[in-house]
Design a protein around this ligand. Sequence first.
Ligand code: GLN
Length: 245
Amino acid sequence: QITVGVLALQGGVIEHISLLQKAATQLSSQSTESPTPTPQFTFIQVRTTAQLSQCDALILPGGESTTMAIVARRLGLLDPLREFVKVQRKPTWGTCAGLVMLASAASATKQGGQELIGGLDVKVLRNRYGTQIQSFVGDLRLPFLEEEKPFRGVFIRAPVVEEIITSSSSASEKQRAEQVEILGTYPKPQGTGKGEDIVAVRQGNVFGTSFHPELTDDVRIHVWWLKQVVEELRSGRGEGVQLQS
Ligand code: GLN
């Protein structure tokens, strides 16, 4: 039995839960012949510390990260979220504003900045592609899906990872142990330099995407992530995380 929460302060909550449900159905139908059947999943909305403490894994949805941080602070959730991600090191995935929250630094924020949860040793650039009307859908090649078929990336006021933080002198324990892996890139928009922007990363238990898989009906990333969750919980990484089957 695995409980996966979606932080439900603001943003695309229902969309994640509905895609998670589809993903879980797909996983359980795939695993009927497997020697280690997929556990049962429960998906819950998280608005309180009590709900957070029931979760084995968590999604931080898209929305607006400054608002999300303010509401989380008011509800006394910010420090418990930091504990969940960085001390208990439970599997956590942030999409768009959720990725911003999971970064250790964000640029293009107002003076004084905004509160972040952290967990990914990266600096993100918020609103990289401009305002709401510059939203777009772009085909992504995501090698971790192990399929040729591109993934339709929905980018809405999306951030990108502009820097991976690897300062050796102040390296955190996590930086030394687990590197940031780049799991997806997208060509930089015209006039903003050559090469590709980083739009999907993972560092240990933390996964982040710039785009919104929950706004498509493509269940592949949710299926992949739930498999990662099962593996991480089975391997017993992190503190106080146990999988009861
Ligand atoms: N630009 C928003 C932020 O910085 C994120 C947008 C989104 O989640 N679609 O929080």
